[in-house]
Design a protein around this ligand. Structure first.
Ligand code: NDP
Length: 328
């Protein structure tokens, strides 16, 4: 019997339980590419899955981990051969398909993106789904036509994974970035990533007016709820908001006023089922538009056994930046 170490989620008397366990290779699911996973990461959704706080996992037992980067071991897919370095983000891994908190993953070749030439598997996972979602959000704002000359762009959930990467990318692109945080003690960290101004979370947390004073040309929002409603009401005429997260809630207590009176656009950002061409574009852009030193400054590393603790911490909003998980 060939087994490997993995974070396995099982059904329990009350809810689910996640633990480091030996997983038998014969129980890997169907797929045309087998990957030796070198690094994974802890995203907000991994936090939900591992703690069982939301019904993210749809199949048991489940190997958690929505992201992985590693080396192809075996492949019957025409695009991939042994030795290729690949990245996996989403596609239901860690939810309906066995995920990447394990030494091996059997995946579909159609899901994989090649590791950019100048990037290590560790850097790819320091970026992870959070960083790739930040890139998709910036790409949406740029497709809308925003440039640094349009005016400042605001990022919410700034100290978190999506927020930290979004700030670094926007700053590198030349935008003036305002960072919204509930952790004012992280002001120096956020300025180090490129934020020009720090805004207290509470300022955007209350009920939103239909229209408020115009402040930002664009926004990347990882928070949702009243924060997103306030962003919409404060977006300048013709501006755009990229909504990618729900760290503050899933509701959106807003009005149509920003859309019909200021021509504001709200873009929805999904990383999980995002088509391959856009993913490849996002990873290409991440190679050139994200400062690696800033990426290193926002990254901490744990091993597989540290995942349950990190999963609980990310849901409490206690994780700063990104956490990579070294596998094996
Ligand atoms: P993190 O936990 O790393 O960051 C979230 C940040 O939001 C926190 O660090 C905190 O920042 C802020 N925050 C937390 N709780 C609240 C609250 N109650 N009210 C206001 N702000 C809060 O998570 P990620 O960055 O990995 O993910 C952010 C969001 O994006 C999540 O909701 C996640 O599910 C979503 N997401 C969506 C994806 C998609 O495909 N659309 C892909 C990836 C993530 P601070 O302390 O600075 O205020």
């Amino acid at each position: 019997m060939a087994t490997f170490k993995a974070i396995v989620i099982e059904k329990a008397d009350k809810g689910t339980q996640a633990a480091l366990a030996d997983f038998d290779e014969v129980n890997l699911m169907d797929g045309d590419v087998t990957v030796r996973v070198e690094y994974s990461t802890v995203n907000y959704k991994d936090g939900l899955a591992v703690t069982g706080k939301a019904p993210v996992v749809r199949r048991f037992p489940m190997i958690a981990g929505i992201d992985g980067a590693g080396t192809v071991e075996a492949s019957s897919h025409p695009a991939w051969k042994p030795g290729d370095k690949v990245i996996l983000n989403g596609w239901g891994c860690g939810e309906t398909h066995l995920g990447c908190y394990g030494e091996k993953a059997r995946l579909k070749g159609d899901w994989l993106v090649p590791l950019p030439a100048s990037m290590s598997t560790r850097e790819a996972m320091a970026i992870g789904t959070a960083g790739y979602t930040a890139m998709l959000s910036v790409m949406a704002l740029e497709r809308h036509g925003l440039t640094p000359a349009s005016g400042p762009v605001v990022v919410t959930g700034a100290s978190g994974g999506v927020g930290s990467v979004a700030i670094a990318i926007l700053a590198k692109r030349g935008f003036t970035v305002h960072a919204v945080t509930g952790r004012p003690q992280e002001a120096d960290y956020l300025k180090g990533l490129g934020a020009a101004e720090i805004i207290e979370r509470q300022e955007l947390a209350g009920p939103a007016k239909p229209l408020a004073k115009e402040r930002w040309a664009g926004a990347v929002d990882a928070v949702g709820s009243t924060t997103l409603a306030n962003l919409l009401s404060m977006t300048r005429y013709g501006g755009a908001v990229a909504a990618c997260g729900l760290a503050g809630g899933m509701d959106l207590p807003s009005s149509v006023a920003p859309f019909i009176l200021r021509g504001v656009c709200l873009y929805g950002i999904d990383s999980v089922m995002c088509p391959l061409p856009r993913r490849k574009e996002a990873w290409k852009r991440l190679e050139s538009d994200l400062d690696r030193q800033k990426l290193a400054a926002m990254t901490t590393e744990i091993g597989l056994s540290g995942v349950p603790e990190a999963a609980a911490a990310i849901l409490k909003g206690e994780v700063r930046g990104r956490v990579v998980v070294k596998i094996g």
